[in-house]
Design a protein around this ligand. Structure first.
Ligand code: AMP
Ligand code: SF4
Length: 466
């Protein structure tokens, strides 16, 4: 692998749609708000009114900043598609905020996407060679062009054919004037679930949205499956010959909300179990167990429960700051860590601490936290990470970093321990991480930890993070 060619996909995002529900746009507003952790840069919605007319509103900012009563009222109708965007500074253009909507002589439609297509450069070049003109650099627009290149065939078959051409990760929702299509990649990398709401349906990246919307979970969309939702109810088709399950392990480790279930496994339960297993793999002689808020608290509970070492709240988080990674430059990210966390002196002073965190990417967070804890009087800090060492970039839609910036790609565990300033440092193995799903997941993607990418890779992927 040549370093410079590797990128790093730009986004972890979220898609959400409702079919046949009153106040559709308000419900999508609540659902998107519950998934704000998946994308904080921008958001958008497209609705379909009773005449089949599509209405769109989108913008940069959080859900509560972009939407208000006035613009939600204009998003009329009982069908609505929403999207949350997470992107790096380079992709900042209003044209990239989804859902995208398209007008066509066979009917209008809208598309939203979560994930990253790794052969998009090739497909885009082929389409451009045939005269396609792109307005954005989104994968949603790519799919729209692919679907409509042979518009006289029955729609589901052109959708299936288009999906099968795509390599990489995706959860797509396509909304026509009277139908939703929920599509998941054949590798099962990104989550997508179906819920029931009264006489209608909800499709969402995370099941936590169902609870706030009052919907009941029905099932996950399977890898390689397209689910059609319309006045006939729901129907399923498989577009891929050999689908496989490679759910992104980082969804469980870090991204998803603890109250979400992914492919039948609850995220909090997974994290707690991984904490238990980490204790057996890497016990620490400590007086208290402290988790890094918020994503590592479940794992810290498991570590404490299994070890019998008291769980303590040694760190608190300022709730009014977003995730550290939200700022695209390293200088801003470092400032973000300082604003985000504080150590509680009365708890950590004079103590040996087992500090549980979900992952180490650049090492900025761990280094800063060790120094915070030491300033507050901690005697020893033993870092225990509830995932393997991250040594490779992700090309499936998770903004990790470039290969050069990954701490454990540059350093041994011993060197990383010294760089971070910890007394000891240990990681969970793949086997134990996978076993944390308690038999619910046969396989997970661990490519950013071991370089075993489940899809073919394409060399035109460039390092767009620089
Ligand atoms: P770092 O300071 O670069 O080592 O960041 C590590 C922390 O960032 C972890 O403790 C996670 O909580 C969080 N994290 C891990 N992966 C990501 C990601 N792809 N995007 C945003 N935050 C992440
Ligand atoms: Fe998830 Fe890592 Fe696989 Fe990317 S490479 S999909 S972050 S497990």
């Amino acid at each position: 692998m040549a370093n410079g060619q590797w990128l790093i996909a730009k986004k972890i995002m979220s898609v959400l749609a409702v079919y046949n529900v009153e106040h559709a746009s308000s419900l999508v507003y609540y659902g998107l708000h519950s998934m704000q952790h998946r994308g904080q840069e921008g958001c958008g919605m497209v609705s379909v009114d009773c005449n089949g007319t599509m209405h769109r509103h989108r913008g940069y900012g959080l859900v509560a900043e972009v939407f208000n009563e006035d613009n939600l009222a204009k998003l009329e109708g009982k069908m609505c598609l929403g999207h949350l965007l997470y992107t790096t500074a380079k992709g900042r253009s209003i044209d990239n905020i989804e859902p995208l909507s398209f007008m066509h002589n066979t009917g209008s439609f809208a598309v939203a996407h979560n994930g990253n297509i790794v052969n998009d450069g090739e497909i885009r070049a082929q389409l451009e060679g045939k005269g396609a003109l792109f307005h954005s650099n989104t994968n949603a627009e790519l799919l729209a062009h692919l679907i409509k290149k042979e518009a006289d065939e029955p729609r589901i078959f052109t959708i299936m054919e288009a999906l099968d051409k795509l390599e990489g990760s995706f959860a797509f929702i396509i909304m026509t004037q009277n139908r939703l299509y929920a599509c998941r990649d054949k590798y099962g990398l990104r989550p997508l679930a179906i819920g029931k709401l009264g006489d209608g349906y909800v499709v969402s990246s995370e099941t936590c949205a169902f609870d706030v919307m009052g919907a009941e979970f029905v099932r996950d969309v399977a890898p390689g499956e397209v689910i059609t939702i319309d006045h006939n109810g729901i129907r399923s088709r498989n577009y891929a010959l050999k689908p496989s399950c490679n759910m992104c392990s980082m969804e469980y480790i870090y991204f998803a909300r603890p109250d979400s279930d992914i492919d039948g496994c609850n995220v909090h339960a997974f994290r707690k179990e991984s904490g238990r297993r980490l204790w057996h793999e890497a016990p620490a002689e400590a007086d208290i167990v402290v988790g890094v808020p918020d994503s590592s608290l479940s794992a810290a509970m498991g570590y404490a429960e299994e070890s019998g070492i008291p769980y303590e709240m040694g760190l608190i988080k300022n709730k009014y700051i977003g995730r550290t990674f939200i700022q695209p430059s390293q200088a801003l990210r470092e400032k973000g860590v300082k604003m985000k966390l504080s150590a509680i002196r009365s708890i950590v002073d004079g103590k040996r601490i087992a500090l549980i965190d979900d992952s180490i990417v650049r090492g900025t967070t761990s280094k800063r936290i060790v120094s915070l804890l030491r300033q507050a009087g901690a005697k020893e800090v033993h870092i225990r990470i509830v995932s393997p060492t991250m040594t490779h970039p992700c090309c499936y839609g998770v903004d990790t970093t470039t290969l050069d910036d990954l701490l454990l790609a540059r350093m041994s565990i011993e060197e990383a321990k010294d760089y971070i300033g910890a007394d000891s440092l240990a990681f969970l193995s793949y086997e134990e991480c996978l076993a944390s799903s308690c038999g619910k997941c046969e396989k997970l993607c661990f490519a950013c930890f071991n370089g075993e990418y489940p899809t073919p890779l394409f060399h035109e992927i460039k390092d767009t993070n620089k």
